[in-house]
Design a protein around this ligand. Sequence first.
Ligand code: PNS
Length: 158
Amino acid sequence: MKIGVYPGSFDPATYGHLDIIKRASQLVDYLIVGVLNNVRKKPLLTVEERIKLLQDITEDLDNVSVEAFSGLLVDFVKEKNANIIIRGLRAVTDFEYELQMAQVNQSLDKNIETIFLATSVQYSFLSSSLVKEIAKFGGNVDSLVPQKVSDYMKKKYI
Ligand code: PNS
């Protein structure tokens, strides 16, 4: 059984993330979306909120689950009996950081492979930070994030 992990902060999940989740779930038997619970990073949404939103938007995907992780990604991947990490690449600007991360993870565990999926063109400009910035100033994020996330962001910024 091929188990993959798609890790990230997902603060909040966007249509870009959902696109990668859907496509990655076709490539592996089972996909775990790993939500980083990092106390040092100051996310807008709690890890519970981020997980709930991801669960809501992936409820129709049978082979996808969402879990929190903290500490090293490779430890979480091993704990889940997975050996594939999935990451999306939006543009060349992502590449340096993503390559570095993949190589660090490879040096920590040579049995874990990172697979990059090219972000679909219509989401190539999209990021969670951008969504937060727009939502903070009352802008409409309906075209950037799934409806449930958009509704939640509106409540968060009222
Ligand atoms: O959505 P993000 O913030 O770009 O995701 C980054 C993430 C969560 C994949 C990365 O920060 C991570 O894997 N953190 C866990 C700590 C770790 O394993 N670090 C070593 C590899 S850089």
